[in-house]
Ligand binder design. Sequence first.
Ligand code: CAA
Length: 259
Amino acid sequence: MTAYEFILIEKPAPGVGVVRLNRPQALNALNAGLMREVGAALRTLDADDSIGCMIITGNDKAFAAGADIKEMFGTTYVDMFMKSSLVSGFDFAPIGKPIIAAVSGFALGGGCEMAMLCDMIVASETAVFGQPEINLGILPGGGGTQRLTRAVGKALAMEIMLTDRRLTADEALRYGLVNRVVAIESYFDEAVALAQKVAGLSQVAIRLTKDAINKAYEATLHEGLEFEKRNFYLAFGTEDKAEGMQAFIEKRKAQWKHR
Ligand code: CAA
């Protein structure tokens, strides 16, 4: 297995692959090396047939406290423009399998943005979400102005990003940013159980569904409905559609082939 410096890879249950951010001394601040490793690990797990769903997590104190400010301090406009290695990591679009963020403690700046890149978020009761970039004289660069605004609406997004208003886990749940809030002792197990549920279903149907939901962010309603229709028709060409419906009629559990 590849040796990583800033992350750990875990496989806590069948079908589930975990990328654990592992810079606890820096509250998992996202430096360029860590971002590269997260991308590489996700691609590896995505290509692994034994994995059906992935989790990104940190530790109880911090999911991630944002991009690495000490690394960014010496970074110029031309560095960012020519390499853009930091922000280019904030793109999980090439990853086909669902990703769940298991968030405890700080999810600030790039940490909040990384959680929002995931398909679902399980939060511990201690989770804190925010985009404090304004305090540094910059703005979110990992998608925060767009994804957070879509998630919580313009008024609250403005307050969060213009005044560094932070959301508690319960507020994040109320405003639709996270799927559920659970005790700190069980948020990771809850994320694993959710990931196992996803991994136990037809991976081809999961992919078609995830792609169609994501289309809702990019397209007009008409285009999105056309995309959904195309994926729906496509599902009728799969072995899993035949098996799923046959299993229903025979009152038994489906045996997915992921084809
Ligand atoms: N970058 C680099 N180092 C960081 C960091 C960051 N984003 N966040 C925390 N650290 C480091 C601290 O410097 C400290 O290191 P030292 O012990 O070597 O001094 C260590 O982690 C522990 O941090 P604190 O002592 O500050 O811990 P705390 O519990 O007192 O405070 C905190 C926690 C409120 C999260 C505070 O650390 C903080 O405000 N961090 C910065 C949050 C931030 O501004 N994030 C946005 C970054 S910009 C960004 O993300 C851009 C983008 O959109 C991509």
